[in-house]
Ligand binder design. Sequence first.
Ligand code: FAD
Length: 334
Amino acid sequence: MENSQGSVWVLAEQIDCQILGVSFQLIGQARKLADELGTSVESVLLGDHIQEQARLLIAAGADKVYLGNSPQLEFYQPEIYCEMIVNLARERQPAIMLIGSTFMGRELAPLVAARLQTGLTAHCIDLVLDENKILDAKIPAYGGLLSIMCPQKRPQMATVAQGVFPKPELDETRTGEIIPLDVPVDISRRIQTLEVVREATDGVALESAPVVVAGGAGAGDPEGWSKIADLARALNAALGSTRPAVDEGWADLETMIGQSGKVVSPELYIGVGLSGEQQHMVGINNAQVMVAINNDAKSPVFEQVDYGIVDDCREFVPALIKKIKEYQEKKVTC
Ligand SMILES: Cc1cc2nc3c(=O)[nH]c(=O)nc-3n(C[C@H](O)[C@H](O)[C@H](O)COP(=O)(O)OP(=O)(O)OC[C@H]3O[C@@H](n4cnc5c(N)ncnc54)[C@H](O)[C@@H]3O)c2cc1C
C-alpha cells in the first residue's frame, strides 16, 4: 500500500546485532496506527551484520525496512545516524516517527526533530489518533493524562519506553521490502563512538524481575537507602527508585521507574517511602500485587496499592528483613 499521507516510521535500535524489545513493541503500535491511517509501516535499522534482523522487523509488522549495514554503523554514532535518518525523512516524508526512550533514542530523537524542525513528545504512555487522524501522544501530567499533538509539522515524533506496548507476534510468512542505505562519506564528526564497554550489573534486571522493591525520598539518607537495597537483596528482587532517590545520588538513573524511567511488570511490587506520584506509578501499571510502606496514613500511594503498611520504613524494613531471613533459614532446615 503506497502511502497517500506519509507512512508510520519506527527508528529501530539494535545492540550487539539484536533488535531491542522496545523496537518490536513500537512496530506493533505503528501497525495499528498505520492501518487506521491506511498507510504503511516503515522502519530504519542501522548497524553492522544485521541483515537477518531486518527480516524480523518485517515479521513484526513492517512493510519496508531501510537498512544501513556497515562497520561504520556498528555502534550508535549520533552525527551519522542523525544525518542518515534526516536525509531519508526529507526524501520519504513520513507522517509519524516513533523511537524507544532508550539512551540512544533520548539523544537521537531530539537531534532528528531539531533538524527536521518538527515537534517531539517524550516518554509517551499511549499513542492514538484523534478524529482528524492527528497523532495524540499521551503523557501523565497534572494528575491525569495530557494529550500532546503536532497538527502542522511533520513527522509527528514520539519516544516511548520499553514495556508500554506489548510485543507483537512475529509472523515469519510476512513479506516486505528491505532497502539498503549508503553511509554518507562527507559528514563532519565531532563525536565518535570507538567502543562500548558494558558495566557489570549487580542483582536482577528491573524490566524482567518477578519482584521489585522500589525506594523513594522517604529513605531519608544513604543509610536509609541501604536498608531498602538490603530488602531487595533479601527477596532476590530488583531494586527500583523514584526520581528524588536518583537526584539524591542514592540510586542510579538506570533504576528509576516511571514516565521518564523504566516500565516494570513484576508479580510483586513493594514501594518503600514513596508517595505514589503518577509519574512514578505509570511505570508499574502492570504489577500483579502492589504493597506500599509509608509513615503517612494519608499518603496517596495507599489508594493505589493492594496492601498498605503505615510505619517508618527505617524501622519497619530492618524488622521485615529479619523476619524474611528467619523464614528462609527455617525453610532450609525443614
Ligand atoms: C515530566 C516529569 C517526569 C517525571 N518522571 C518521573 C519518573 O519517571 N519516575 C519518578 O519516580 N518520578 C518522576 N517524576 C517526579 C515525580 O513527579 C515525583 O516527584 C516523584 O515520583 C516523587 O518521588 P517520591 O515518592 O520518592 O518522593 P515524595 O513525593 O517526596 O514522597 C516521599 C514519601 O515518603 C514518605 N516518607 C517520608 N519519610 C518516611 C519514612 N521514614 N518512612 C516511610 N515513609 C516515609 C512520605 O510520607 C512521602 O509520601 C517526574 C516528574 C516530571 C515533572
